[in-house]
Design a protein around this ligand. Structure first.
Ligand SMILES: Cc1cc2nc3c(=O)[nH]c(=O)nc-3n(C[C@H](O)[C@H](O)[C@H](O)COP(=O)(O)OP(=O)(O)OC[C@H]3O[C@@H](n4cnc5c(N)ncnc54)[C@H](O)[C@@H]3O)c2cc1C
Length: 438
């Protein structure tokens, strides 16, 4: 049974992927995006400044995109994405050790976010009953007469306020979301978990005279045990270019110091290893330094409050996770599939509260994994989960064993790529290895 109209607030990755996933179950899906239409598909819009930075697509995101847009991987390679062997071509230095590298059957696509996002936008544009409209800012929700549900939104378009009605409104407006504040005015306080990480990203694109010989992407994480706080990544992307990104926790990366090319390159010499600094010596910097600050990460527990019927919150509006682990778009893709599957089975509108709980279940294990890593840095503030020390100890052994044990590393890759739950790291054979290792 088809519902009438779904309204999606925000046309970022979450908004577009959810629109594609629910389109078979609604007569029309309307995506409302506040930004004006970008000049071309390489333009990074004002509403998504993070698109200037490296955006990894994990296996879970890759598989979800393949399901939503069959032929996705081949299409992306034809457009310039670089397909790499996920284990052989990734050089990953983490907790002071290099992870193993060997040929595998897993592949990863490397590209800039504009290349990926413009593909998704094109594909969503081909879906007959989905309309993507730029230049519309959603300002509020419209409640039903008895205030039990949401029946549309109030928008601002060309300085005029208008209303649009729909059976379902999904908020995917990212960190700018007004839903939490709007609910507070109705007396509904959304509990949230916050962790102060003081993270700063700085990115430049480079052209290298020669592509690196022995890797396609190199990630150097800081080791909190050695009091390091700054990591860096060099990743090949389309058009024979590469991204170099620095990320410093706890305000240790000062944007002023990396503003110009010289300052940026010098800063790469302060990474735990000199590899990236050495690699870009002969390169040419092609862009200004893009900066993005993430003072804190936040998970708003909309599933714990009494949300009006017909309202759902997803993507970064629901949870902004530490971007260093490259999970945000893949979480959004998993949410999109879950929402699509829900409407495929539910009749007629289903219970949005149940669906909001399903989204929380996608986030919970990832959030725990991420905050237990973030809390390794002394000075990161927030509510620590129960059993944190034991979890951190165990997971660290897994990370260290991934430098020598293929089976454990393969399982870790499945978990970090969000295709298997973290519980697979607690198999009896793995626990035995961990205990032997200590
Ligand atoms: C520095 C950085 C690096 C990252 N790296 C990665 C990575 O490597 N891999 C990965 O998977 N993820 C990464 N992420 C996370 C990723 O960017 C997000 O999780 C992802 O974009 C999902 O976002 P979204 O669609 O929910 O929100 P967004 O992408 O922020 O989109 C929200 C949209 O809503 C629009 N909007 C806002 N308010 C309104 C309104 N009132 N009305 C209408 N429209 C509105 C905005 O203009 C925007 O287009 C990174 C994030 C950051 C900050």
């Amino acid at each position: 049974m088809k519902r009438d109209q779904a309204i999606i607030i925000g046309g970022g990755m979450a908004g577009k992927l959810i629109a594609a996933a629910i389109s078979p179950y609604f007569h029309s899906v309307l995506i409302l995006e506040k930004d004006p239409k970008p000049e071309n598909k390489n333009t990074v819009r004002k509403g998504i400044p993070q698109a200037n930075h490296i955006h990894a697509l994990l296996h879970a995101g890759d598989q979800a995109l393949e399901r939503l847009f069959p032929g996705f991987q081949n299409d992306m390679v034809n457009r310039g994405s670089i397909k790499i062997d996920s284990l052989k071509d990734l050089a990953w230095f983490h907790h002071g050790v290099w992870k193993l590298r060997f040929p595998s059957e897993d592949s990863t696509l490397l590209q800039t976010r504009p290349l990926l996002e413009s593909y998704v936008e094109e594909k969503v544009g081909e879906i007959e009953n989905v309309t993507y409209t730029y230049g519309i800012k959603v300002e509020s929700f419209i409640l039903t007469d008895d205030h039990s549900g949401v029946r549309g939104v109030e928008i601002l378009q060309e300085n005029k306020t208008k209303t649009i009605f729909g059976d379902l409104v999904i908020d995917t407006s990212g960190t700018a979301s007004f839903t939490k504040g709007w609910l507070a005015k109705l007396g509904e306080l959304v509990p949230e978990e916050k962790v102060d990480i003081g993270l700063c990203y700085a990115t430049r694109k480079f052209t290298l005279p020669e592509a690196p010989k022995d890797f396609k992407i190199k990630i150097i994480y800081p080791d909190p045990a050695a009091k390091e706080t700054m990591g860096g990544t060099l990743s090949l992307v389309e058009n024979n270019q590469c991204f170099v990104t620095l990320n410093g926790y706890l305000q240790t990366l000062n944007p002023a110091e990396v503003k110009d090319a010289e300052g940026f390159i010098n800063k790469t010499s302060c990474l735990p290893l000199p590899d990236i600094f050495e690699e870009i010596q002969a390169g040419t910097s092609e862009t200004e330094t893009a900066i993005y600050q993430v003072p804190q990460i936040r998970w708003c527990h909309f599933e714990r409050v009494s949300l009006p019927d017909g309202l759902l919150v997803a993507g970064d509006s629901l949870c902004r996770i530490d971007p260093v682990f490259g999970q945000g778009m893949s979480i959004a893709a998993l949410e999109a599939l879950a929402i699509g599957d829900y409407f495929a089975a539910a009749s007629p509108m289903g219970d949005m509260k149940k669906l909001q709980k399903k989204l929380a279940k996608i986030i919970a294990p990832v959030w725990l994994m991420v905050i237990s890593e973030d809390f390794r840095y002394e000075g990161v503030k927030g509510k620590k989960p129960i059993g944190l020390k034991v979890l951190q100890w165990y997971v660290k052994q897994i990370f260290l064993l991934s430098a020598k044990n293929k089976t454990i590393y393969k399982d870790l890759v499945k978990v970090t790529n969000l295709v298997r739950p973290p519980t697979i790291l607690f198999k009896p054979s793995t626990i035995k290895e961990v205990l032997k290792h200590k």
